[in-house]
Design a protein around this ligand. Structure first.
Ligand code: PLP
Length: 393
């Protein structure tokens, strides 16, 4: 049996190869420190799990959900945006419930673009954006994210033709993989650029709760006029350690929300109502669990940065997300260096080129193991003697 052309066009999962290598090393009995993935290592807070347990005993939750999700969760999403960001959201027309934001990000090009249309993607960027590109048979231009611009795209550097032909653009701050955080001014520029060029904006706010050094990452929707041009996608996967639950939502521009809802009417019957109820509890109730999540990653970040400094690896401290974006020493490419770390130090990291052309020269480290393991990882790197030359300079 042959797969459809569309299926054959889908990009290979770049990180599946990494996972295979890690699994092979673990099967050999090696003690691999896995810094390659993006899966939160802590459990979901108990009050959210209890809310699910209770809701799952209510037969009402065993029925089909309303197609577009339960009213309680849409209201909770609107209240959350008002409370946390002072952004007004109409729960009826400006919220789409998603079975994880990855789904919304893949659906959007299908919902808004025609084959051959262009979208704008960050480079480096979250690889799953390319799944939507392939499924919708659209084209894309990239916006380079460079260290010297704090990993924010410079709209002045984009060719007019590129801006004019783009119909949809994705942004993601705090950023995976670079750890960059956007400013309010940058989001204001984005609204202006989007208005001038008639581009719909989708801001992927997956790491919205994870900002360091006392800085709160801004929401795109806080920029005046943002709702006229775009939406924000918010997941519960990271803020509440709910990655396996598959729940998130899109908020903002009513037209874009409606487009997502229409496509979802044909694909899903929303999410298990008990999960939606527990997600509403997560958004509504005390948020100290979110502060704890952020503080944990900040402590880990500090260990990583301090230890790297000690061994002579000059890295920039990420300002948010749970990733650090580390420069690769010469003469290695990203992939060579990632392979070397796995082979010689039993450390798994994601090679930067897997996130795009501008990821070359970097590796991504996930702050998803405890402080001792991060410390040990740096000790193992030190033993490779790669940075001693830099240290003695
Ligand atoms: C940048 C970014 N966006 C979106 C997602 C998807 O999150 P979810 O589908 O769990 O809501 C992830 C997950 O790793 C991510 O890193």
């Amino acid at each position: 049996m042959e797969f459809s052309k569309k299926l054959q066009q889908l990009p290979p999962q770049f990180f599946a190869a990494l996972l295979n290598k890690v699994n092979a090393a673990v099967a050999e009995g090696r003690d691999v420190i896995n810094l390659g993935q993006g899966n939160p290592d802590q459990p979901t807070p108990a009050h959210i799990v209890e809310a699910l347990q209770m809701a799952a005993t209510d037969p009402q939750t065993h029925k089909y959900s309303p197609f577009r999700g339960i009213a309680e969760l849409k209201q909770a999403a609107a209240d959350f945006y008002k409370r946390e960001y002072n952004v007004e959201i109409d729960p009826h027309t400006e919220v789409a419930i998603l079975g994880g934001t990855k789904i919304g990000l893949v659906e959007l090009p299908l919902a808004l673009l025609n084959p051959g249309d262009y979208m704008l993607l960050p480079d480096p960027g979250y690889p799953d954006y390319l799944s939507g590109v392939a499924l919708a048979e659209v084209k894309f231009d990239t916006m380079p994210l460079k260290a010297e611009s704090q990993f924010l795209p410079d709209y002045g550097d984009l060719a007019d033709e590129v801006k004019q032909r783009a119909k949809l653009m994705y942004l993601n701050y705090p950023n995976n993989p670079t750890g960059g955080v956007a400013t309010k001014e940058f989001f204001e520029q984005t609204v202006q650029m989007a208005k001038e060029n008639h581009i719909a904006v989708a801001h992927d706010f997956a790491y919205g709760a994870i900002g360091f050094d006392g800085e709160r990452p801004p929401s795109f929707l806080q920029a005046p006029g943002a709702k006229e041009v775009g939406i924000e996608l918010y997941t519960l996967s990271k803020s509440y350690n709910m990655a396996g639950w598959r729940i998130g939502f899109a908020v903002g521009n009513a037209k874009m929300v409606e487009a997502i809802n229409i496509i979802q009417d044909h694909l899903f019957c929303s999410q298990f109502p008990a999960i939606q109820h527990a997600a509403a509890i997560a958004l509504n109730e005390e948020q100290t669990c979110v502060e704890e999540v952020r503080d944990l990653y900040e402590r880990r970040r500090n260990v990583l940065v301090e230890e790297a400094q000690k061994i002579g690896w000059h890295i920039t401290a990420p300002k948010g997300s749970f990733f650090a974006w580390l420069p690769v020493p010469t003469p290695y490419t990203s992939e060579q260096f990632a392979d070397l770390l796995l082979e010689k130090a039993d450390i798994a990291v994601a090679a930067g080129n897997g996130f795009g052309e501008y990821g070359e020269g970097y590796i991504r480290v996930g702050l998803l193991v405890d402080e001792e393991r991060l410390h040990e990882a740096m000790q193992r790197v030190a033993k490779l003697g790669l940075f001693t030359e830099m240290l003695s300079k």
